[in-house]
Write a protein that binds this ligand. Structure first.
Ligand SMILES: NC(=O)C1=CN([C@@H]2O[C@H](COP(=O)(O)OP(=O)(O)OC[C@H]3O[C@@H](n4cnc5c(N)ncnc54)[C@H](O)[C@@H]3O)[C@@H](O)[C@H]2O)C=CC1
Ligand SMILES: O=C(CO)COP(=O)(O)O
Length: 348
């Protein structure tokens, strides 16, 4: 029997994941809002803007009619930027004919509502339209996935059976999927690493070296864990693929849009100029706003996030922000973290 998969979004990540599913024998239908992208995928089997030089398998097609794309399957892969999710879900609910399992692959937190993606989905969908939510996350740049380079991710859901189903759907010899049941930790790790990657790009743009990068990754993980644990995450998740794994790849790879944007900021460009230059989503910018609000709500210290917020939104010069970060009061390396993690682990 023919297997069908639906991918919503024809950007870099939706297209790379469509390739994984096509390699696994699915007939993949992608939904895109751009008629030009849809035509290019169907006629040239390419998506040059988002995956340069990549030829897509013939069993990937695209359409701009949502009803046709989601018809005939009860599992959809949602691969649009965080800020587009509510609109896309509204449109899906107008045309869906059965409850859906939504596999989301976005890495952001909504400013003001402070919701994680799975919470946005729960809020936006009528309960009768929603079967399960699974998040697929980890160190996985689209450019390398499309080349079939070895990649590892986690599929996380409150319902382990749904996570296993998604593991089976995506897993192949180049794309290894682990299951995980800590959605809070997986979503927080995936979203907040973008802030640290922006900061790592700023450091590189300023001409700082590997010491600074290692410091940002290590201390970045501390502040991500500090907030995540307060929000209910399992601290061990942050030492996994969606935590330190994604933090490493995003802070060190030229493929990262967040790192590239930070790099331009460090070289002196202003935010609007940087975002115009990118032409792709830089999730870390909105997530920095959300994380700053979350840190205030949960009463946790997030100095790297604060410094980046000042660079992005308060016009603070990047070099000055780094100086301020380095000149904070002296402290113990593990400060509150030992206590916080100890408590959380004991509760496990
Ligand atoms: N590119 C990557 O390597 C990875 C990306 N992600 C995440 O996947 C999500 C999507 O990112 P990318 O595909 O990389 O972004 P992208 O910038 O490459 O593409 C975004 C796509 O979403 C579409 N879009 C934007 N606004 C829309 C709207 N209002 N309605 C419908 N479609 C809209 C655009 O037309 C484009 O096709 C992000 O949350 C990102 O963090 C996660 C893992 C890897
Ligand atoms: O999440 C990613 C890799 O795991 C992609 O990161 P960027 O959005 O910074 O390109």
């Amino acid at each position: 029997m023919d297997k069908k998969a639906a991918v919503i979004g024809t950007g870099s990540w939706g297209t790379a994941l469509a390739i994984v599913l096509a390699d696994n024998g699915y007939n993949v239908e992608m939904w895109g809002r751009s008629e030009a992208a849809v035509k290019e995928i169907n006629e040239s089997h390419t998506n040059e803007k988002y995956l340069k030089g990549c030829r897509l398998p013939d069993n990937i097609t695209a359409a701009s009619n949502l009803k046709d794309v989601i018809g005939g399957t009860n599992t959809i892969v949602l691969a649009v930027p965080t800020k587009a999710i509510r609109q896309v879900l509204d449109d899906i609910q107008k045309v869906q004919s059965e409850p859906l399992t939504i596999v989301h692959v976005s890495k952001g937190i909504e400013p003001d509502s402070l919701l994680r993606i799975s919470q946005i989905i729960e809020q936006a969908m009528e309960p009768e339209n929603l079967k399960d939510i699974v998040v697929l996350s980890g160190p996985s740049h689209a450019e390398e996935v499309s080349l079939r380079h070895p990649t590892t991710v986690v599929a996380s859901s409150g319902n382990i059976e749904a996570a296993v189903k998604v593991q089976n759907m995506f897993m192949n010899n180049q794309f290894r999927v682990y299951t995980n049941t800590d959605m809070v930790g997986v979503e927080i790790g995936g979203a907040l690493k973008n802030i640290i990657a922006l900061a790592a790009g700023v450091g590189d743009g300023l001409g700082y070296g590997d010491n600074a990068k290692a410091a940002l990754i290590t201390r970045g993980l501390v502040e991500i864990s500090r907030l995540g644990v307060k929000m209910g995450a399992n601290p061990l998740t942050f030492s996994g693929l969606s935590g330190i794994g994604d933090l490493i790849v995003t802070c060190t790879s030229v493929h990262s849009r967040n790192w590239r944007a930070g790099n331009m900021l460090g070289k002196g460009m202003d935010l609007d100029e940087v975002l115009d230059n990118m032409g792709m989503v830089v999730e870390g910018v909105r997530t920095t706003k959300a994380a700053k609000q979350l840190a205030a709500e949960y009463g946790v210290s997030m100095p790297i996030t604060d410094a980046l917020y000042d660079i992005l939104f308060n016009g603070v010069n990047a070099r000055e922000a780094v100086d301020q970060l380095m000149q904070r009061n002296k402290t113990h390396e593990m400060e509150d973290l030992v206590v916080l993690l100890g408590d959380a682990l004991e509760e496990e």
